[in-house]
Design a protein around this ligand. Structure first.
Ligand SMILES: [Cu+2]
Length: 658
């Protein structure tokens, strides 16, 4: 994908807005005020929602019907006190809530008023391939001045969103909520509902952010371990153990405090975290009456930020994940990966609550308020402590070891390859330190990159080979297929291979484990109803398997699938009509939210035919997980990490259903 070039002096978008910046800015400021007014308590008679099963949303402008006119335009906004230009839909940040109805066919006329190409992708939506909105994959993009007409038969319901798939426009807030009413009754009765759209805003040009990431490892990471930490750790763990720990992390080209690549302004980074386009100080507020059932549709529309969400004092009952209804599960907190959506129902009995969404790396938070009237605020809790990555994240866990005393993890050297020693395969790695500027300095010969991928076409175009698939054994553990058919070679693109990846669907993840709160885990998700009409094979054994390693070199900011960036990779083949079991193994030490376009996936969390449907699946460091793809949708579909800079740095491929 993108070539790296120095940051431009100013974005072309900044200078060439169609409308005068001042006019636009006034409009946005006026809109912010208008939004507040619109969120005033509507009369209860306006929301006979529980009976009808269709609650209304308040607080964000919305468009309903079957014909939509959307304009993508440069718009002056002011999030931090510094005017900047965003690329917005209809001048709104986030874009208008689009309300569709299952069974309708909607047409959306999208006019590009930017000076560069644009696109809109409908995230998690079953669409004809040509309507998916990914330039170079499913259509050619929308040129400046052009109007593209999307035509979509709506085959599902729930909470989704839309965003640009061009350049870094998504980072400049070209995104918005997409809510689809069920054709029949909605099982989630609510008196009132709000969309809670989370995003990460930067005053920097996204090209500049990417340039920093590519050229300066850890540019935004101000949580790095310091000399003081070293002294502290040496006292606690002993000098040798601390030295060894530091050595291990340095050979991994990772810092254990490297949690998110781009961080918040609170710790010296660049992001301001927004709820419904509002910074924490602006405090977006949704109103309710005591005792009401309030549905909150959380959408993580950010470019790079995972959020840990809670409403102190208020239990949240999760009722839908990624748009599909799930059996209600009540939690104190949930982690929402980039591009995921969760619907929760709350029943507030106090006057005011804070919706608190701290960035996973604790570098800032988004915040909003639920209150019985305007002007009330509840206290904002302190952020949780900063955490460090663990041996589990390094793929070095083994039974009984996770919580036991630390042992020297096994490092598989070349002569040991193929043994059962747990730990990272570091053969081929430059062990001499952090200096790896494009050359291999260790003197070891770098093995040739192997391109063989299970279930992927090779040069002969052979179809995927069916293999025995995973089945739960007597103890309920899924026996994963062994990844022998993907031979990864360590090199610049792959600096680590998790040799002992584990299932982690039963834990909420780093920084949340053991925090004393009940935190949602993927194993909690049980599908409630049929979901989209397009997942007809839910009890069938898979016809084929695909294995994808999520690989990367954090120091050089290169990412990929199976060691290959987009330029190098072949499309994944999903034969039409087949059911494919996909195994994802995360060989990196960061989370990746993996998104398949075109088809929802059934996450294998051992719920049988009630596996939850997901469009975006978070894969934790050194995690191995599986899902099923029912290849019902013909065409070529994007398949990628939804962290926008990871995607551009190579963790992007396509899937062909033919
Ligand atoms: Cu990623």
């Amino acid at each position: 994908m993108g070539k790296i070039s120095p940051p431009p002096a100013a974005s072309p978008l900044l200078l060439r807005g169609r409308t005068s910046p001042l006019t636009r800015r006034r409009f946005i400021e006026g809109l912010a005020a208008g939004t507040t007014v619109a969120s005033l308590l509507p009369p209860l008679s306006a929301s006979p929602a529980r009976a009808a099963g269709h609650a209304r949303s308040h607080g964000l402008p919305e468009l309903t019907g079957t014909r939509f006119d959307l304009s993508v335009e440069p718009t002056r906004v002011n999030v931090t006190g510094n005017p900047r230009t965003a690329t917005l839909v209809n001048g709104l940040m986030p874009g208008p809530i689009l309300r569709w109805r299952e069974g309708d066919t909607v047409t959306l006329r999208v006019t590009n008023r930017l000076r560069v190409q644009t696109s809109i992708h409908w995230h998690g939506i079953y669409v004809p391939a040509g309507m998916d909105g990914v330039p170079g994959i499913s259509f050619r993009g929308i040129d400046p001045g052009e109007t593209f007409v999307y035509r979509i038969p709506v085959r599902q319901s729930g909470t989704y969103w839309y965003h640009s798939h061009s350049g870094f426009q998504e980072q400049t807030l070209l995104s918005g909520p997409l809510i689809i009413a069920a054709r029949d009754s909605d099982p989630i009765g609510a008196d009132r509902e709000y969309v809670i759209f989370l995003s990460d805003w930067t005053d920097e040009d996204p090209e500049t952010v990417y340039y920093h990431l590519k050229t300066s490892n850890g540019y935004y990471n101000h949580h790095r371990l310091t000399a003081a930490d070293f002294v502290h750790d040496s006292r606690a763990k002993g000098l040798l153990a601390t030295l060894r720990d530091r050595f291990e992390w340095s050979t991994m080209r990772m810092d254990p405090r490297d949690i998110l690549d781009v961080t918040g302004r609170m710790t010296g980074g660049t992001y301001t975290y927004l709820v419904n386009g509002q910074a924490p100080a602006a405090n977006w507020t949704g109103l309710f009456r005591r005792g009401e059932r309030v549905r909150l549709r959380f959408i993580n529309g950010s470019s790079m930020t995972y959020f840990d969400v809670r409403i102190p004092g208020l239990g949240m009952t999760v009722v839908a994940a990624d748009g599909s209804n799930v059996e209600p599960v009540t939690v104190d907190e949930f982690r929402i990966a980039v591009a995921e959506t969760y619907d929760v129902v709350v029943t507030p009995n106090e006057d005011v609550y804070t919706i608190f969404a701290q960035a996973m790396d604790r570098s800032g938070y988004a915040r909003a308020t639920l209150a019985v009237r305007e002007g009330l605020t509840a206290s904002v809790p302190p952020m949780d402590p900063i955490f460090s990555r663990t041996m589990t994240d390094m793929g070095m866990s083994m039974p009984g070891m996770e919580s036991g005393p630390r042992k020297m993890p096994g490092m598989s050297m070349p002569s040991e390859q193929g043994d059962d020693m747990p730990g990272m395969d570091m053969s081929g790695m430059d062990m001499s330190g952090m200096n790896m500027q494009g050359t291999h300095t260790s003197g070891k010969k770098m093995p040739a990159m192997q391109h063989g991928m299970s279930g992927m076409s090779d040069s002969s175009g052979a179809a995927p080979k069916a293999r025995a698939h995973a089945r739960p054994n007597a103890s309920g553990q899924v026996a994963y297929p062994q990844p022998q058919e993907v031979r990864l070679a360590l090199g610049p693109e792959v600096v680590s291979i998790a040799k002992n990846p584990t299932g982690r669907l039963d834990t909420p993840g780093d920084g949340l484990d053991g925090n004393g709160r009940r935190v949602l885990v993927y194993n909690d998700l049980v599908r409630l109803d049929g979901g989209p009409q397009n997942t007809p094979f839910v009890t069938r054994d898979p016809d084929a398997e695909v294995l994808l390693h999520l690989t990367g070199n954090m120091e050089r900011f290169i990412f990929g699938f199976n060691g290959l960036t987009y330029d190098q990779s072949e499309p994944v083949r999903f034969p039409h009509g087949q059911r494919i079991l996909v195994t994802l193994i995360n060989d990196t030490m960061m989370e990746h939210p993996i998104h398949l376009h075109g088809m929802l996936t059934e996450l294998e969390n051992q719920k049988g035919k009630l596996r939850p449907l997901k469009h975006t699946v978070n894969v934790k460091p050194a995690e191995k997980l599986q899902y099923y793809v029912n290849a019902t949708e013909l065409g070529r579909w994007a398949y990628h990490c939804h962290l926008i800079y990871h995607m551009d740095a190579g963790m992007f491929t396509s899937a062909v259903v033919a």
